[in-house]
Ligand binder design. Structure first.
Ligand code: G
Ligand code: G
Ligand code: MN
Ligand code: NA
Length: 240
């Protein structure tokens, strides 16, 4: 794939975009915020999914300038959305290793209530260099931003991490929801509640899933049932 050489050009030429998927409160389905999801508008390939370029960006180190751009872009959009909304931004493991990260986040949130920004991390992030990762997360928490553990219920899900990490939000992976094990889902929601975490279910596609999660006391959700990720313009129209 020539994506690798194209990626630097993508950054330089402004081919990256953020799309914004609404996060809704499950009791009433009102939008409380958005998750910023990166897209690459490639001149020949069209819209490229992050699954196809984030791994290359991580290998090459380009994820650092890309992640810095995403933080700036998403928080700029958060100002446009207004003070009623929150914004979630995904961080990769490489970014957590970057000594400049805390500075970048501090700059990005100038003039914004820091609690309106949530940084999403996967568990694998923390496994790579635990002490340094925990120190970085603690410094980010000191800025007042919130931290979410993303993709929970997949991979290594160790409960030990939950007690070690200063996280505020648990995001249940959509594959976990699709496993269709109500008792397991109920147990994880209870776990989140017991630890006083906000619980967000991802990948809600059916009315029945929404009702079940709502009845189990899951606070928030995302998924095609409510909305797909929207362009910046469409996200503004959606809350107008
Ligand atoms: O939007 P989509 O389902 O195609 O996203 C695929 C994956 O890419 C998701 O797991 C998401 O966490 C990740 N991703 C999307 N945007 C970003 C981003 O800005 N930074 C990082 N590090 N990952 C992202
Ligand atoms: O960061 P994370 O790994 O959670 O990325 C979320 C991804 O899941 C986004 O790329 C988004 O486009 C995708 N997605 C969001 N809602 C749904 C859904 O209801 N069903 C499916 N299959 N994918 C979804
Ligand atoms: Mn995410
Ligand atoms: Na996820």
């Amino acid at each position: 794939l020539e994506l690798r050489t194209d990626l630097q050009r993508a950054i330089d030429e402004g081919e990256l975009e953020l799309h914004y998927q609404p996060v809704v409160r499950l009791v009433d389905r009102t939008t409380t915020g958005f998750e910023a999801l990166m897209r690459w508008r490639h001149p020949e390939r069209g819209l490229v999914s992050p699954a196809d370029f984030i791994p290359i960006a991580e290998e090459t180190g380009l994820i650092i300038p890309m992640g810095r751009w995403a933080l700036h872009e998403a928080t700029t959009h958060l100002r446009a959305l207004g003070s009623l909304y929150r914004m979630n931004v995904n961080l990769s493991a490489k970014q957590l290793q970057d000594p400049g990260l805390v500075h970048d986040v501090r700059e990005a949130i100038v003039g914004i209530d820091p609690g309106r920004l949530t940084l999403e991390l996967t568990e694998s992030i923390v496994m790579e260099d635990t002490d340094h990762a925990v120190a970085q997360l603690t410094a980010l928490k000191a800025l007042g931003v919130r931290l979410a553990l993303d993709d929970f219920g997949t991979g290594y899900s160790s409960l030990g991490y939950l007690s070690r990490l200063p996280v505020d939000v648990l995001k249940l992976d959509r594959t976990f929801l699709a496993c269709d094990e109500p008792n397991l889902i109920a147990a994880v929601i209870s776990l989140g509640q017991a630890l006083a975490l906000d619980v967000v279910a991802e990948g809600i596609e059916e009315e029945a899933q929404w009702r079940t999660l709502r009845d189990l006391g899951c606070h928030y959700g995302q998924g095609f049932l409510f909305s797909k990720p929207l362009t910046a313009e469409d996200s503004l129209a959606a809350i107008a």
